[in-house]
Ligand binder design. Structure first.
Ligand code: ADP
Ligand code: ZN
Ligand code: ZN
Length: 739
């Protein structure tokens, strides 16, 4: 046994006991964030525990990697194996359970292990430069962190006190913006846990009945008090000493949730035991959260999809709120579903997983029918208010004023007279979707993409054309580039133009607009939502950003404009998504008093999805849609993987995919049951060109998940590097959400 250097941490002592070999060199397999299959062999003079980070030489660079195995024998000739440069012992090792989850994600989503493990960590913990800086500058990472945490705790305390003294909301917002405290802006004074109603209590009883794995689908209509169920279950789990992981779909929802958690769970968890993880945090904040989770100091981790990788141990409960939300699917890099990983993680950690929604994904609904998930129903609203009354307004025979029907204008007028708020939902940002020349028919196009350039009003009198795909912004031409006509016109309407029209129609009303453009600066979304909650807004115009989760107290009317565009997409999930979105936005109405009104302007009132919506009939909608999916052999009755190729020329991408298809076919021909797999033909994406790059895709499908994965494992290595080579790049997505 080698002598332990005096400055080694106790962690390494433990390793010594666990390591199989007793003599140096010790062989290590290290996962690195490089686009190469497999892990890399290194040697060390000291034994290193699995799950620790190490700095290693890689080519001419130095990289931080994670030790994933300590084999007795190296897989390469020993003399070719380089030594590691140092062991990073500033954090406890990632647990075997965490490493297993990463391994599972790597296998399932077909991505090298290092490209799974490293990118999910906060940047500073995986960057050699940051590590070296921290070492030479303010001392070890841990010390620096301790300082940050102390500061954070101080600010938290201060904010809590402010809230108790009931400082005017505007004042509070201003202060918060100053100290950039995204985390705890909405802190309320402690509230007792509410007396649960029968359905809620039954749900909590089931959720807390076992210490073992279970997945429950909490199907609760909007306003039914799902949050209260999560909180009561969390209280029980925290009491037993286990940890809770809360996933929410939107960064904007984390402050509201963090506030509820603190207020309701005060007896079970201290404010500094709640850690946040989402992309709205600074590197420092993310690192602090990660460290607290890894050290066992965080009892609750609350965050967006990335939080599924939080290094928590001793998990008792994982909550996935609004489980149907597409934002749980990562759309780049490791294309994982945080919801699906949550179920996997729950099983492995023997935790309860609760997926909550008023409009569950059909995948999860089908799992309840197969008996894999337990269904828990909250059929009524918690405040005993009625479900909103949803009516369709047929626009085909209507006399529209700025796109609004007389019924909508009347209903808005009445609602405002009753001092209630109106939400106008239009899922299209900008001023107008396209600029148009009435004399020759010219339409504004993006030069780089096969889409229209969208007209935006950047400042009160300044219009520009924006491409929503590549981001390019250009001047509005003074005259038509084709015919020279100077009378170019905005066609259609986005939220900016809608806001303008509404100001004309309702000059007395106080308007606010919430969309990606109005909330670009940090903290502005939060500030806008606080204004709405404080009753400083009469009419709220918004995109889907407003539909999620928010509990608006005085919202009496919801108006939905132009939903039809979402209906006629080629994606087979379009009706499911539309139903969920409309149900969710409708559910913002009348949550606290009276009966909320919802008016949906449509040119297709006879569509089944609208019918089901008016009757609040999710189960009926799910039933008929699942039936269609079964007949058409679509998910969840088959499993899919999507190979996407990108190249300057469309033909290059198509040729690559065709070649890929041939390779897969050749492999299938050697298999005993090739009929289990369907290989489709390569096709261009609907938006074929983005930022001068053309995109095409190839769909692979099978009723057997195992068969599909067997193909993927054999197939992908034969496709060559997925990084730009001869201008071609490709990626694979397992369980794609959009096709
Ligand atoms: P959901 O997430 O299901 O749409 P929420 O959890 O936001 O619903 O709850 C809706 C409203 O009902 C909230 O204002 C909440 O405080 C309130 N509420 C929930 N449960 C109860 C209860 N048992 N008694 C009284 N009010 C409740
Ligand atoms: Zn023209
Ligand atoms: Zn573009």
């Amino acid at each position: 046994m080698p002598l332990i250097e005096p400055n080694r941490s106790p962690l390494l002592l433990e390793t010594q006991i666990q390591s199989n070999t007793t003599h140096p060199p010790y062989w290590l397999q290290v996962a690195l964030d490089v686009p190469l299959e497999g892990v890399f062999d290194y040697r060390s003079d000291v034994p290193v525990m699995r799950g620790l980070r190490v700095i290693v030489p890689f080519g001419r660079r130095q990289l931080i990697g994670v030790v994933v195995a300590c084999p007795d024998q190296p897989s390469l000739p020993p003399e070719s194996i380089k030594p590691i440069e140092r062991v990073l012992d500033d954090l406890p090792p990632l647990t075997p359970a965490w490493l297993d989850m990463a391994k599972f994600a790597s296998d399932y989503y077909q991505r090298p292990l290092g490209e799974v493990m490293l990118p999910v960590m906060p940047a500073r913990l995986r960057s050699v430069a940051a590590y070296t800086r921290a070492q030479s500058g303010d001392g070890p990472v841990a010390k620096q962190l301790a300082k940050q945490l102390a500061q954070l705790a101080k600010i938290n305390k201060k904010t809590t006190v402010d809230a108790k003294h009931d400082i005017a909301p505007e004042q509070r917002t201003e202060d918060n913006r100053k100290n950039h405290l995204t985390a705890f802006q909405l802190i309320q004074s402690t509230k007792p846990i509410l007396q649960l109603n029968t359905a809620q209590q039954a749900a909590v009883d089931t959720l807390t009945a076992t210490d073992d794995y279970q997945t429950c689908l909490l199907f609760g209509v909007t306003g039914s008090g799902k949050t209260e169920v999560y909180l009561a279950a969390a209280a029980k789990v925290l009491e037993s000493g286990r940890r809770v992981l809360f996933l929410v779909p939107e960064i904007n929802l984390t402050p509201q949730f963090a506030a509820s958690l603190q207020a309701r769970l005060a007896p079970y968890v201290k404010p500094d035991q709640i850690a946040l993880m989402h992309s709205g945090l600074t590197d420092t904040q993310r690192q602090a959260s990660w460290v607290r989770a890894a050290m066992g100091d965080a009892h609750i981790v609350l965050g967006t999809r990335m939080a599924i990788f939080a290094p928590l141990s001793n998990l008792g409960l994982i909550v996935v709120d609004e489980e149907h939300d597409p934002s749980y699917k990562q759309q780049e890099g490791l294309r994982y579903s945080a919801r699906d990983l949550a179920v996997w993680r729950g099983r492995q950690d023997q935790a309860t997983v609760v997926l909550g929604s008023a409009t569950p994904s059909l995948e999860s609904w089908a799992q309840t029918q197969r008996g894999f998930y337990k269904r828990l129903d909250l059929p009524e609203r918690a405040h005993q208010t009625l479900m909103p009354n949803i009516r369709l307004i047929d626009t085909r025979r209507a006399d529209l004023k700025q796109g609004l029907t007389p019924q909508v204008i009347d209903a808005m007028t009445q609602t405002l007279e009753q001092k209630q708020q109106v939400l106008v939902f239009l899922n299209r940002r900008g001023y107008a979707p396209v600029l148009h020349c009435p004399s020759c028919g010219w339409l504004s196009q993006c030069k780089n993409c096969s889409v229209f350039a969208v007209l935006h009003r950047d400042q009160p009198y300044k219009m520009r054309l924006h491409c929503h795909h590549c981001g390019q912004q250009t001047q509005v031409p003074k005259a038509c580039p084709e015919c020279g006509d100077q009378d170019l016109q905005a066609m259609g309407r986005g939220t900016q133009r809608l806001e303008e029209h509404l100001t004309e129609i309702f000059p007395q009303a106080r308007l606010a607009r919430i969309d990606a453009d109005s909330t670009r600066t940090k903290g502005s979304a939060q500030a806008l939502f606080e204004q709405v909650h404080a009753g400083l807004v009469d009419i709220l115009v918004g995109t889907q950003m407003v539909s999620k989760g928010h509990d608006f107290a005085r919202l009496g009317l919801v108006v939905v404009l132009n939903p039809d565009s979402m209906l006629f997409s080629q994606d087979f999930r379009a009706p499911e998504r539309l139903f969920a979105q409309l149900m969710q936005v409708a559910g913002r109405a009348g949550r606290h008093q009276g009966q909320g009104q919802v008016l949906v302007q449509t040119g297709y009132p006879e569509q089944p999805v609208y019918r089901a919506l008016c009757q609040h009939d999710y189960p009926g909608f799910a039933q008929s849609t699942l039936e269609e999916r079964r007949t058409a052999q679509l998910p969840p009755y088959v499993y899919q993987a999507l190979l996407t190729a990108q190249a300057r020329e469309l033909n290059t991408a198509i040729d690559f995919l065709q070649h890929g298809r041939d390779v897969a076919q050749a492999w299938l021909d050697t298999q005993p049951a090739p009929e289990h797999i369907t290989l489709f033909d390569p096709v261009p994406l609907r938006v074929t060109r983005v930022a001068q790059v053309c995109r095409a895709q190839l769909l692979v499908e099978s009723p057997s998940r195992a068969a599909l994965h067997q193909l993927l494992r054999a197939w992908l290595p034969a496709l060559g590097t997925r990084h730009a080579k001869g201008q071609l790049r490709w990626q694979l997505e397992v369980d794609p959400l959009e096709i």
